[in-house]
Unconditional design. Structure first.
Ligand SMILES: N[C@@H](CCC(=O)N[C@@H](CS)C(=O)NCC(=O)O)C(=O)O
Length: 207
């Protein structure tokens, strides 16, 4: 069985959400998010940069959430939740999946890291990251106009971007992108999101 090392509200929620939508059994072990734990020699053998999550499947051990999502799809989903490889839809599916982690989650993660390391925070640094994140919200907002999900039908790209929207919602409490708000509300009603986020803030991005 797949085994996930999980910390609530982190990227491990992507794996819980995906497995719930697919009906793939998942053994979840909640671990500490303390830097002592993450930098311990034992944890560094699982995640060499001291982050979460980690996924194991037998002998296989992985430490990038987007790669875990793709592995689970390719191995256990029988074609569900991703378009057929090599098609234009699959290209867009990959684009939004990578966007969710490489472009959208990045400024959000920098805000978290900055606030953890600088007290008081440097407002100009946070403002720059907030602006970068809001550009990403606008990109999502424009992409879902007239559509239920990023590709029209629900795919794992919505899970990749959905985690970043959740984090954005926690960090940047007010903005007014209606389409993104409605998309977020749709995502929050999904069984997998409820399981992954534990009913966390299922409302809109503007609170
Ligand atoms: N690209 C990695 C990012 C992993 C990551 O940044 N995880 C966060 C929690 S969601 C973390 O462990 N942060 C601790 C730190 O960076 O110090 C992935 O998608 O798995």
């Amino acid at each position: 069985m797949l085994k996930l090392f999980h910390v609530p509200k982190t990227r491990s929620t992507r794996i819980i959400w995906l497995c719930e939508e697919l009906g793939v059994p998942l053994d979840i072990e909640t671990v500490s998010f303390s830097s002592e734990f993450r930098m311990s020699p034992e944890w560094l053998t699982k995640n060499p940069v001291g982050k979460v999550p980690v996924l194991e499947d037998g002998e296989l051990s992985m430490f990038e959430s987007g790669a875990m999502v793709q592995y689970i799809l390719d191995r256990y989903a029988n074609g569900r939740l991703q378009p057929m490889a090599g098609t234009p839809d699959h290209a867009l599916y990959m684009q939004w999946s990578w966007f969710g982690e490489a472009t959208f989650a990045r400024p959000l993660g920098e805000i978290v890291n900055h606030r953890r390391n600088f007290n008081p925070e440097i407002p100009e640094v946070v403002e720059e990251m907030v602006n970068r994140a809001l550009l990403c919200v606008k990109a999502v907002n424009d992409a879902v106009e007239g559509k239920e999900f990023l590709l029209g039908e629900f795919t794992a790209a919505d899970i990749m971007v959905g985690y970043s929207l959740m984090l954005c919602n926690q960090l940047i409490p007010s903005h007014s992108y209606d389409e993104a708000n409605q998309y977020w509300a749709r995502l929050c009603r999904m069984n997998g999101a409820v399981k992954a986020f534990g009913g966390l803030n299922p409302g809109s991005l503007s609170q």
